[in-house]
Design a protein around this ligand. Structure first.
Ligand code: FES
Length: 169
């Protein structure tokens, strides 16, 4: 009876381990593939995302973390000298998620060994374009407004235009 129970629990363990592994594997492969084949499925990225204070990654110099930018991953990190930067974490090759590599002080895509420098420029591997860099604006409550390139400038122009119309210019 003990042998039967042991085999039964071992089988259960192996089934759940391999089942979980297969699910993770298909998730890792199918998500980028779906994004690549059907770019509209995940939807357009928002122009900006407000991270409330509790969602702002607490990062020391030379540390990085993934955050949510709409329906896509964003990568936020502090450079070795402590400057906070954020990028679209979707690799420009086949849309895998990149990560910060502290030991090499670079951004890395594990799918096909793509390397980017801390400005998002490709330094090695197959990615055809740099990563999209986001602008950051700290909020009074400790949150961060993360914006796509050009959005900050557009908002400043709109503010100036609104001021001008208030003054009757
Ligand atoms: S998907 Fe990033 S290097 Fe291929």
């Amino acid at each position: 009876m003990k042998i039967f129970e042991s085999l039964h629990s071992r089988r259960k363990f192996l089934n759940s381990t391999f089942g979980g592994g297969l699910l993770a594997f298909f998730g890792a492969v199918l998500t980028p593939l779906t994004r690549f084949c059907f770019p509209g499925v995940i939807g357009p990225e928002p122009d900006e995302v407000l991270l409330p204070p509790e969602k702002v990654p607490q990062l020391k110099p030379n540390q990085g973390a993934i955050f949510r930018y709409g329906n896509r991953p964003g990568l936020m990190f502090r450079t070795p000298v402590g400057e906070l930067r954020a990028f679209n974490a979707t690799c420009t090759h086949f849309e895998c998620t990149v990560q910060y590599r502290p030991e090499k002080k670079c951004i890395y895509c594990a799918c096909h060994e793509g390397y980017f420098d801390l400005d998002g420029n490709v330094t090695k591997g197959p990615p055809p374009r740099p990563l999209e860099r986001y602008d950051l604006e700290w909020q009074e409550d400790g949150g961060i407004l993360v914006m796509k390139p050009g959005v900050k400038e557009r908002k400043e122009k709109e503010k100036l235009a609104a001021k001008g119309s208030d003054l009757g210019i």
